[in-house]
Write a protein that binds this ligand. Sequence first.
Ligand SMILES: CC(=O)SCCNC(=O)CCNC(=O)[C@H](O)C(C)(C)COP(=O)(O)OP(=O)(O)OC[C@H]1O[C@@H](n2cnc3c(N)ncnc32)[C@H](O)[C@@H]1OP(=O)(O)O
Ligand SMILES: N[C@@H](CCO)C(=O)O
Length: 368
Amino acid sequence: MATVNAPSTHTLVLPHSLALDGGQELDRVELAHETYGTLNADGSNAILVCHALTGDQHLASPHPITGKPGWWDRMVGPGKPIDTDRFFVVCANVIGSCLGSTGPASIAPDGRPYGMRFPVITIRDMVRAQVALLDALGIGRLHAVIGGSMGGMQALSLAANFPDRAERVLAIATTARHSAQNIAYHEVGRQAIMADPAWQGGEYYGTGQTPDKGLAVARMAAHITYLSEAGLTGKFGRQLQDREAKSFGFDADFQVESYLRHQGLSFTDRFDANSYLYITRATDYFDLAEEHGGRLVDAFAASQARFCIVSFDTDWLYPTAESRNIVHALNATAARVSFVELSAPYGHDSFLLDVPALDRVVKGFIQG
Ligand SMILES: CC(=O)SCCNC(=O)CCNC(=O)[C@H](O)C(C)(C)COP(=O)(O)OP(=O)(O)OC[C@H]1O[C@@H](n2cnc3c(N)ncnc32)[C@H](O)[C@@H]1OP(=O)(O)O
Ligand SMILES: N[C@@H](CCO)C(=O)O
């Protein structure tokens, strides 16, 4: 049985090629992952946590580039809602990403980086890789699979496509399919990257030039969707940045402009532009009903899991109506499902921030 107490990244090379929804096969797939806690003798205490769009395996360990605490450090650890004294917690960097798992920056079998030769992947492909990791770790049935945003999509996809693999499914601030508006925002970001001359058709690896300007603009546009109007107003209002009066030019006069520029630029330090293209595409293609003959209810027909669906009242990216849609489908299959809309001022990214009510829901659901 796997016993790992100190979180550090391990890399698993999948023992077989990965058959993808797009019809291609991906060979020698590497999955960078971290584990926390100890797997018990019968392998029944494992929790898979799936990260969001630009997240990674550094769930509760410092990020190697930014040095910041893991993205769910407040949620995962000894005595925390996901208690690593009780549970064996697994978190893997998704395929297509850039924190150690196979993605467009990885070296292809011909010895050159994949770049845009990397196959387009789906959320279900990511989940197939996660399940292969569970197999390698000796985990048959998860105590729970948990995720927010794109992590929630993976949790739902695992329940739908591998119905025997999880006893509990906790999907936070997510959707069963990307809406036209969701796709539209992603397309703005992708076009910003591709319009940057440094992108070079995605062949920028080793050239000394990276499409940071495009990637920063992509992140700026996306970042707005992760926040709320009230949150932005509360934080910045119309306050000016380091000046007494407007410049009557195009400097970052307003604090909110300065903030967004900072969010965009700092993102380019930790993320690869091609990975951004591929992962946003995977979420755009996500439509659980479409994958199961057109009816969401059929996606969950074989699942015996208990579900908990959580939304935030200020999330306009994946608003509560999207969660209700999932709950209605689960109700129609007579699944055991609980649903809560939490109140938090921060918008979509509330699941990453200090929302004590979320901690209570997570703890109650996985320990109940
Ligand atoms: C689930 C997962 O997989 S994790 C996903 C990947 N991780 C992320 O998305 C994290 C990045 N995103 C964020 O940090 C998001 O902003 C949030 C919403 C989650 C965090 O919110 P908060 O903790 O409230 O941080 P906030 O949004 O205020 O941003 C703070 C940063 O903005 C900077 N900042 C604040 N005001 C200004 C300003 N006026 N001008 C310039 N920079 C500013 C701060 O200096 C700080 O910089 P740093 O991050 O380099 O230290
Ligand atoms: N801000 C998070 C959540 C986006 O859905 C991320 O970048 O992954």
